[in-house]
Design a binder for this molecule. Sequence first.
Ligand code: GLA
Length: 605
Amino acid sequence: MLSMVGATALLLSASTLQAAESHTFAVSQGGFQLDGKPFRIVSGEIHYARVPRAYWRTRLRMAKAMGLNAITTYVFWNIHEPSPGVYDFSGDADVAEFIREAQQEGLYVILRPGPYACAEWEFGGFPAWLLKDHSMVVRSSDPKFLAASRAWLLRLGKELAPLQIGNGGPIIMVQVENEYGSYGSDHGYMEAIHHDLVDAGFTKAQFYTADGPEQVPNGSLPELPAAINFGPGDAQKGFATFRKLRPGGPFMVGEYWDGWFDHWGAPHASTDAKQQADELDWVLKQGYSISIYMFHGGTSFGWMNGANSNGKNYEPDVTSYDYDAALDESGHPTPKYYLFRDVIAKDTGITPPPVPAAPPVIAVPSFTLLQSASLWQTLPAPVHSADPLSMEDLDQAYGYILYRTRIAAPVSGELALDTLHDYAQVYVNGKLAGTIDRRLDQKTLPLQITSADAQLDILVENTGRVNYGHALPGERTGILGGVTLAGRPVTGWDIYPLPMRTPGKLPYTEKPCAGACFYRATFAVTKPGDTFLDTSALGKGEVWLNGRPLGRFWDIGPQKALYVPKSWLHEGLNEVIVFDLNGEPGRNLQGLDYSVLNAAVKKGS
Ligand code: GLA
């Protein structure tokens, strides 16, 4: 163990070193036991992928200072296996390092390896490449899915099994799947995932499942403890239901939602801190274990937001995952944090360490997006196909995709897309004719084509695959079926995949650009700090900072500024690139020293 942690071990306290020895964690007499003694878990969720690596320790210290004795995290498969059999556990994806840092900060870890996560994360954490095989049914007993997920879990075991409590690490519990009871009732599927996790070596901690109280019969496994998930006001009802199902316990809230997430075009969500502190008090007074979801939400950087769907509607999530959580998006304690801290200290009798100073937030003076590159002049080589192909068909996971064809003769009528995922701009001869938005359940656009041999362009944005609900298996992106115009099939497409991985390499000029353009500017920072990039002058698109995809903006709100962590800024010059579907020349950006999550929402647009 000492060689694993290397030189830093020399700096660790005696108590931390003790934790590096093998311990036991198990269920006994209706409760959890650590080394044979009763142990109550007071955990909070942090997703390592939603926090830049440089801030992992800072956030973990804040968790400890709120009185938590554990942290809970999912593992998001899509960031670790970007293409089949290609694994990445480096940098911000080094989940083992995150877990080691938790141990060094005196925190146990509850691991939720999925393979399905939900979590308002792109496709619930599934890699998009799973959808390339149109016959594969994700999140089911389909042997093709189970083979892919087993290979992944076995690889993950190599990374994380050594960090279980029985091996001297901090991982005390490992969750099998995630709220499967809200999705299906195939116990064979749950058994298969459990079995794969056993084969992956996760046998030196305590397995469990987590579901809404009513869904426990569907989602749990009889041989494993079941935790229940719920939000404000549901604790007493939830445990009353659960007690009828599992009278012998153990009793644990797997997720206590202390806030909620935001969708584009819908008002910002928040919850009542005092009511939740009282409810937390009630749970702790019963002697139950709990994990607060989220302790710190962080940010779904880049393209990593998910979306909700009930099968018919589509509600994409914003980039911020502030969640109205105890610790806000930039790591500052909120009034909720202090209320929870007081309750935990009172009910556990343990005085937490003092609350560390929060990272400083800076303002960056306004600067102008002067350079640009038109999307239309920087298209890659197209793929030719009679019918539209999805992003996944072309081995593309995120970003945009352009479908181009020619319409021989003048025509007027409805352009109908079957099926559009998720947002399209339609151009005739290079002129914007309108948009089609899955969010608004739109499928058609009236078109008048007055010239012969007109060029029809359909530029499609992946605004985030659904992460919750039965839409999952059909979450391919782009145009999934056929296109008709005035009732006639439109065929013969040039398809341009636009994953926008290296927008910094485009040929930028000072020539003004309008419409779908990339914009570039540099700005100077003398002393880096966290900031919030004001997007209120922008339309709809994506921002990159110093080469990293930062997040999305959309003028319909409610989010109007993107969190920029200090570690992503350089002292001196920094580069911002904006791709805006509705760009105009010469707009200004600035860094704010406050977040804007609650801007007025434009409805129905
Ligand atoms: C469920 C899921 C979580 C998350 C929350 C809502 O409980 O298990 O991953 O999606 O809902 O934030």
